[in-house]
Design a protein around this ligand. Structure first.
Ligand code: ADP
Ligand code: MG
Length: 862
């Protein structure tokens, strides 16, 4: 844009903003907005030919015939179009040399009257002049205390207030005469005040109000609200809403809601209706807050621009946004409330889905690395496996192979319960990366797990020969027999030998250079070795690197990274995933998760990934018998342990992390270890594992336990992740109520990994109903998916993960379990994006802003 174009666009933008602020009444321009635009176009020169301007003008054609809502929407979108011309991502030579241009302003209109100027000086405005991003303290007549109280609960702007939804609604619509009042019911009466008196002093102070109608009288008692005596006067007619109780044989209202009677039922705010109960904070008086919310809703909601085009709303049977916001705060009835909830919940799901689907496009829009699946190598892997793949594993591998062959990078989630056999699926994919001349990376959440993965991968891949450079022209058996190394120059060969030695490959595994070279990159590597391994990765001598997430945060350079496998455990955030892009040339990505996640949550958290599910266990697995006992019954658990150990089995005992202050209640792992080793099982071999030990110490203990140098392992929650000791058959979990259901299920997955019957003993004294239900659910089923659904229903998504999942947006209105609404939102998101992938169309400008804002907030909160 040239400077003069900028000026012209600003003139137009200011007019549109003024028109919008004026309530879209088409009276700001002297002879109407359409006439103004015609005139402007005729004189604006090249500014009128800018595409964004054309689109803006196009939106406003026939403005005089539009409804109010259409005008508002058209203006909002048109203004957004004009603003886009000023954004920094549209740099123009002119901009660089001129002073920053002020955007078309949405600030209150300037007027010249003295009164107006005073009002402006005090920075207060009538609501009608303010836009959604205005702060509450700009509203005329709102005191600073209320503003401060709202700020404390995060409500700062008018938009925040509109989205500050009621916690619940008290249905006090049933209006009765005084003689009809039912004790125990929520009721509403209208009557004349016949007596008001203040009784007692200090904390015992109460105001007693007597109200009468033609059928009788009733008392209302207000505790500690001295001001009531000034507000309610004898002779007034008032409305009382609340629960009817009995005191001293007489019916009464205790601290009911009340307001002065008005004959217009719609004017009732605090009584006689579905009364919204908003979350409050100290200093915010309920009625005062409700009055302000009502004022804002009445003034702002009807003219709020809807980010969804009206056709889309109609198609999906959704209320317009303004109506939904009005009804959510002050519902006419239960039906309209339900419709409002549906619309606002839909929005949340929609924003999430638009966000994740856009992210998927971002991941996949650039060229990836299409592999050619080497079926011979794959067959060799299968031949060497000590078991046959389950049908589910085969299906997952097929889905992954199909992805790997595509030109866009794979983005797939492999979901499977503990022990469902995800590792071999990952191994098959990694093997294809190597066979295609690429490198693979496997990232685990902890060092122990990384070590175990490295060990497993080495085992699985150790005898499968892969084609190497210069073998392209060969086929079949040929490449296996070639002495490929002979073709390397001596320096190269020496370096390779050194690498093979460092990563500990035997000649049988090396197979003359055809063996898969798997390296573990963790903190336990010596400095020199580490440098050699990093160098080997950078040169492409190492095929598969296993490590923690440090692999992508550190400066590990890959020669040609083709596939990244993330063993997630809910610790690998979206941002980290995106950071991967900088590490290679758009590698394929496979995310594995062991926690079965309900479908609705999968679509939210992993909505940017395609999903493969291992819903079948390898054969021969037995149900793990699970029982909850109280602490007094611990002896039973000890008898069971003794029996198992006598049969040659091993046992885990898990203790929750214990704070100093709770020591009396629950034993720490250290205390439990002392007790078991010295008092209960002095004759058995007991080991201790806890989070404060170094990775090396932990590894030493785990290794010793795996090699059966110990019978019992006492541990904190560090044991949670994928440790595999088939001979361990019993797990005892102390203070079981302190763990999330997903985590308990993970613990339980430590046993039942061999052929022996396995047991899980949950020790808990908790009386909490929810805890009891959760533990009972574990007793009843071994099915992780079922448990996940159950936990989600019971506790919501935050608790489900134990900690907040980063990047999981908070749902205020939508229920996680509402699969139908979510599917509808997902469908609409797909439809919108297939028309307009980057939400660039003018009719999506508002939507794009809302999606961005929603995700910004989610990221900040996460
Ligand atoms: P996950 O990572 O999904 O919890 P793993 O990949 O560690 O599970 O597999 C658990 C155990 O099951 C391992 O000992 C593995 O060798 C074994 N396993 C995997 N697939 C099969 C199969 N199809 N048949 C028999 N055993 C299997
Ligand atoms: Mg695993």
């Amino acid at each position: 844009m040239t400077e003069s174009e900028q000026q012209q666009v600003t003139v137009l933008g200011k007019m549109l903003s003024a028109e919008r602020r004026d309530g879209c009444a088409d009276r700001v321009a002297d002879s109407g907005l359409s006439a103004f635009i015609r005139q402007w176009s005729a004189t604006a020169g090249s500014a009128a030919t800018l595409p964004a301007v054309q689109r803006a003008i196009g939106l406003l054609v026939g403005y005089e015939r539009m409804t109010h809502a259409e005008r508002d929407q058209a203006l909002a979108t048109a203004i957004e179009e004009l603003r886009s011309l000023f954004r920094t991502n549209h740099p123009t030579p002119a901009l660089a040399t001129t002073a920053p241009v002020t955007l078309p302003s949405l600030a209150p209109r300037r007027t010249s009257s003295r009164q107006e100027r005073q009002r402006l000086a005090s920075d207060k405005h009538p609501l009608t002049d303010l836009d959604l991003d205005a702060k509450l303290d700009q509203i005329a007549g709102v005191d600073s205390r209320t503003v401060a109280s709202f700020r404390r609960i995060g409500v700062v702007t008018i938009r925040d207030l509109l989205y500050h939804f009621p916690r619940r609604y008290d249905d006090v619509r049933s209006r009765r005469t005084i003689d009809e009042l039912q004790v125990g019911a929520e009721e509403t009466v209208i009557g004349e005040v016949t007596d008001v008196r203040t009784i007692g002093t200090g904390p015992k102070l109460r105001v007693r109000v007597e109200v009468s109608d033609e059928t009788g009288s009733i008392e209302a008692i207000f505790f500690n609200q001295r001001w009531i005596a000034q507000q309610i006067r004898v002779g007034q007619t008032i409305v009382l809403s609340g629960k009817v109780t009995v005191f001293g044989g007489k019916r009464q209202f205790t601290s009911p809601r009340w307001e002065r009677y008005t004959p217009d039922p719609d004017a009732l705010l605090h009584t006689g209706r579905l009364v919204p109960i908003h979350p409050l904070t100290q200093g915010l008086h309920e009625n005062q807050a409700r009055r302000l919310i009502k004022q804002v809703v009445d003034t702002v909601a009807p003219r709020i621009p809807d980010h969804l085009p009206p056709e889309r709303c109609a198609q999906a049977g959704l209320l317009p946004l303004g109506e939904a916001l009005t009804q959510i705060h002050f519902p006419t009835n239960h039906e309209s409330l339900a419709a409002a909830r549906r619309r606002l919940g839909f929005d949340e799901f929609l924003f999430i889905q638009l966000g994740v689907l856009q992210r998927k496009r971002l991941w996949q829009q650039e060229m990836g690395l299409p592999f050619t699946i080497d079926l011979q190598v794959h067959a060799e892997l299968l031949r060497l496996l000590p078991f046959r793949l389950t049908a589910a594993q085969q299906r997952a591998i097929n889905e992954i192979f199909a992805d790997l062959q595509r030109p866009s990078p794979m983005a797939r989630l492999l979901q499977g319960d503990v022990g469902s056999g995800k590792t071999v699926v990952a191994a098959a994919a990694l093997l294809q990366a190597v066979a295609n001349g690429f490198q693979g990376a496997l990232m685990a959440p902890t060092e122990i797990l990384a070590e175990q993965h490295a060990k497993n991968l080495k085992q699985l891949l150790s005898r499968v020969p892969v084609p190497r450079r210069s073998s392209e022209a060969m086929d079949g058996e040929q490449y296996r027999q070639t002495d490929w190394r002979a073709q390397l120059d001596p320096e190269e060969a020496a370096r390779l030998n050194e690498i093979v030695q460092i990563i500990g490959m035997t000649p049988e595994e090396d197979m003359g250079g055809h063996g898969v070279r798997v390296a573990l990159l963790t903190g336990s590597l010596g400095t020199r070795e580490r440098r050699r391994v990093l160098d080997g990765i950078a040169r492409g001598e190492i095929d598969v690197v296993v490590g923690t997430h440090a692999l992508i945060t550190e400066t590990v350079q890959f020669a040609r990274l083709g596939l990244v496998v993330v063993d997630e455990q809910h610790r690998f955030g979206v941002e980290q995933r995106l950071r991967l892009k900088n590490k290679g040339c758009n590698p394929h990505m496979l995310v594995m998760t062991a926690t079965p996640i309900p479908r609705t949550l999968t679509l939210t958290i992993y909505g940017d990934l395609d999903v493969s599910v291992l819903d079948e266990r390898p054969p021969g697995r037995q149900e793990i018998r699970t029982r909850r006992i109280s602490r007094l019954e611990r002896e039973k658990a000890y008898r069971h342990i003794r029996k198992q150990v006598a049969e040659g089995r091993q046992v885990y005992v898990i203790c929750p992390l214990v704070e100093e202050s709770e020591k009396l209640d629950l034993p720490s792992a250290e205390e439990m270890y002392e007790k078991l080793q010295h008092e209960v099982f002095p004759d058995l071999r007991v080991a201790l594992l806890h989070g404060k030990m170094s990775a090396r110490e932990k590894d030493g203990v785990m290794r010793a336990f795996r090699d059966h140098q110990y019978d019992i392992l006492v541990s904190t929650a560090v044991i949670e992740v994928g440790i595999d000791v088939p001979n361990a058959t019993t797990i005892v979990i102390e203070g079981a109520e302190r763990f999330g259901l997903a985590q308990l299920h993970q613990f339980r997955g430590r046993v039942g990994r061999g052929s022996h019957q396995s047991y899980c003993i949950l020790i808990s004294d908790s009386d909490n109903q929810q805890s009891k239900e959760r533990l009972a659910a574990l007793e009843q089923t071994n099915d992780g998916f079922q448990l996940a659904e159950f936990d989600l229903q019971l506790r919501g998504p935050g608790e489900f993960f134990g900690t907040r999942q980063s990047g999981t947006p908070d749902l205020k209105m939508a229920r996680q379990g509402d699969t139908r609404l979510l599917s509808e939102a997902r469908r609409m998101a797909e439809a919108i994006l297939s028309d307009d992938p980057a939400l660039e169309r003018p009719e999506h400008a508002l939507l794009r802003r809302r999606v961005d804002a929603f995700w910004t907030e989610a990221m900040r909160a996460g």
